[in-house]
Design a protein around this ligand. Structure first.
Ligand SMILES: [Zn+2]
Ligand SMILES: [Zn+2]
Length: 152
């Protein structure tokens, strides 16, 4: 994923680009992600916050996670699509919603979080080593993504 990533919300009022490669792609099975997506899991790209360029009006909403981290989500002010989120423990990293990319054909999770909430019909690639919960240290996620790529 060396090219500039671009995407938009469902209504098109918010567009974005990422001026750096994504650090990793994750899938999260936690119940909070199931709630906010209305689906079985979420998929996100972790990108450097200072490389994320947003155009259009967003609204912010914050919640405190189980680990005591305040996560703020930014959504399109018109259609409500969540665009990205930032946790106060690592504000230099933004979690961008993978499904909003203009080209989703290359999206593949490399890190699987909160496997304890995964529905049994969701099967993972053989090389996946899912986390039961979620590591506190983002470096552990980067390491897990690297190992996933190496098992290819
Ligand atoms: Zn929108
Ligand atoms: Zn989650």
């Amino acid at each position: 994923m060396e090219k500039v990533l671009t995407g938009s919300c469902q209504c098109g009022a918010v567009t974005f680009s990422v001026e750096a490669p994504a650090l990793l792609t994750y899938a999260c099975f936690c119940h909070s992600c199931q709630k906010r997506t209305g689906s079985a899991f979420s998929m996100g790209l972790i990108v450097p916050t200072d490389a994320l360029r947003i155009a259009g009006e967003v609204t912010a909403w914050s919640r405190v996670s189980n680990q005591g981290i305040t996560n703020t989500r930014y959504s399109c002010a018109r259609c409500g699509n969540i665009i990205y989120g930032i946790g106060d423990a690592s504000p230099e990293l933004a979690k961008l919603q993978a499904g909003l990319l203009d080209d989703t054909s290359g999206v593949e999770p490399e890190v699987y979080l909160w496997n304890c909430y995964r529905q049994p019909w969701v099967t993972l690639p053989a090389r996946a080593r899912p986390f039961d919960t979620q590591p506190d240290d983002p470096m552990e996620l980067l390491q897990a993504a690297r190992e996933y790529r190496e098992r290819r």
